[in-house]
Design a protein around this ligand. Structure first.
Ligand SMILES: [Ca+2]
Length: 133
């Protein structure tokens, strides 16, 4: 089981070849399966390069209250697929602040406020993603 998780994790960890954020209407994985969301390690000042670094593919119905160390507090941009919504938490086990993103592109999580002074850049520690069928 551990080996399987390691392989799966490696597969999910490819780097974005094209830093342009994918379109919510056509979001799919490398094999053509429908995704619920895709999250990225880095963003950029330039909108057309704002989905950079490591890529985390999120499938419909995925519920991860605890992120691995490789992703905890690292996500800087994300795309939510059409008809889907992604709920994130700022602390693991669905604690801390909570925010729901509907279909669309969040180019800069730095610009998404969390309370009065905080923002969501490098702040996501858990997520749940769901799509209307
Ligand atoms: Ca980051």
């Amino acid at each position: 089981m551990k080996a399987f998780i390691a392989v799966l994790f490696a597969a999910l960890c490819f780097e974005a070849l094209n830093a342009q954020c994918p379109e919510p209407d056509t979001l799919q994985d490398a094999e053509g399966n429908k995704l619920c969301a895709r999250m990225f390690q880095h963003s950029s000042y330039y909108y057309d390069q704002s989905c950079q670094g490591k890529v985390l593919d999120v499938y419909p119905g995925e519920d991860y209250p605890i992120l691995t160390w490789a992703w905890d507090n690292r996500i800087s941009s994300l795309v939510v697929a059409k008809s889907c919504s992604l709920t994130v938490w700022s602390r693991s086990k669905k604690e801390g602040s909570k925010k729901t993103f509907s279909a669309g592109i969040a180019y800069h999580l730095k610009d998404v406020k969390d309370g009065l002074f905080g923002d969501w850049n490098d702040s996501i520690s858990g997520y749940y993603c769901t799509c209307r069928m």
